[in-house]
Design a protein around this ligand. Structure first.
Ligand code: ACO
Length: 320
């Protein structure tokens, strides 16, 4: 008997406030043209002052549960990918569990920065396949605009807030579901992309620092490896891929990966233009967008990939 983690529903949520490039604070001395040319980003959503990561996550989770035709009580595992938790501890996932009224199973956070959803999905898949859980909520949720340095134009223009979620169910003898995942880290990149604060170092939340050029170079190289290796590992030809659902950091990085896969732009889900880089939320946000607008259909093969601070990168191959 083979168990597969099948995607039964997707959901997402974006805060109401949308800030276009034209509305960015004047002191950043930036322009729509510069941001569009370098990143493809036109706008980002900003969480309201009282809107926390858990609040965004619960809204996305409820939509995913509704799409799956399930009740919160069906869920016995919650994994949240985030690098902007409500508090240092307990895990934000336990708060989500409580807000959903769930008192069984287990819940925890995964921090792999922008690769958080890819890592969370791979982790949930293993728990479902080994029988430790039966139905999981995997969520990516972030309030990145709380940790950007609003005086630093090299990072402030890049990030946004949001949440996305999927419901996974362990099912027997099916071709659908997560075929496999590939996870990699190399801590040598630790100080190229990080948050300057932390409880153990400065006792402050800190702000994002990024060496953009080093990140760009490594992202293109590592993502090529992530997509090529996962296809080899699971004996899949690139021509079989119906959709690339990438982390939405930068359109130029996505284009380079699509080129490597010989995929035309029509087979790539782009949401970065309107969402900016929502870190761990970007892949489930993109996935839900393309499922709801009818592009991604049941039975299709999708490839997700992400690169992040750490450096941490990876990919998931999923039959929807
Ligand atoms: N508006 C206008 N000018 C700017 C801005 C801005 N927002 N930001 C930087 N500039 C200026 C710089 O000051 C510099 O000016 P100078 O030549 O007078 O010194 C010039 O533009 C070029 O700056 P670079 O940093 O060299 O610009 P680059 O072409 O590398 O683009 C960018 C910067 C878009 C950040 C790019 O390096 C990049 O995309 N990097 C990867 C980012 C990424 O993918 N992150 C994902 C992971 S995020 C995570 O894990 C949390």
């Amino acid at each position: 008997m083979t168990l597969r983690s099948v995607v039964c529903g997707t959901g997402s949520y974006l805060p109401q406030k949308c800030l276009t490039n034209y509305e960015l604070p004047a002191h950043l001395e930036t322009s729509h043209e510069w941001i569009m040319e370098r990143t493809g980003i036109a706008a980002r959503h900003i969480a309201a002052p009282n809107e926390t990561t858990s609040a965004l996550a619960v809204k996305a989770a409820l939509k995913a549960l509704e799409a799956a035709g399930m009740d919160p009580q069906d869920i016995d595992l919650i994994i949240l990918g985030t690098c902007t938790p409500d508090n240092t501890f307990p895990s934000t996932a336990t708060l989500i569990q409580s807000r959903l009224g769930i008192h069984k199973g287990f819940a925890f956070d995964v921090n792999a920065a922008c690769s958080g959803f890819v890592f969370a999905l791979a982790t949930a898949d293993n728990y479902l396949k080994n029988g430790m859980a039966t139905k999981a909520l995997v969520i990516g949720a972030e309030t990145m605009t709380r940790i950007v340095d609003w005086k630093d134009r090299t990072t402030a223009v890049l990030f946004g807030d949001g949440a996305g979620a999927v419901v996974l169910e362990a099912q027997k003898d099916t071709d659908r579901g997560i075929i496999g995942s590939l996870l990699r880290t190399d801590g040598q990149g630790y100080d190229q992309l990080y948050v300057t604060g932390g409880p153990s170092t400065t006792q402050t939340a800190g702000t994002i620092y990024m060496n953009g050029r080093d990140v760009f170079k490594n992202a293109v190289h590592c993502l090529e490896e992530a997509v090529e290796d996962i296809l080899k590992l699971y004996h899949t030809d690139q021509s079989e891929i119906d959709w690339l659902v990438p982390h939405q950091a930068n359109k130029r990085i996505i284009d380079a990966t699509a080129k490597k896969l010989n995929l035309s732009d029509e087979k790539v889900v782009h949401t970065g233009s309107l969402h900016a880089n929502t870190s761990a939320a970007s892949i489930p946000l993109a996935l839900d967008t393309a499922v709801r607008d009818g592009r991604i259909k049941p039975g299709q093969l999708i490839l997700c990939e992400a690169f992040a601070g750490g450096y941490a990168w990876g990919s998931n191959l999923i039959r929807m």
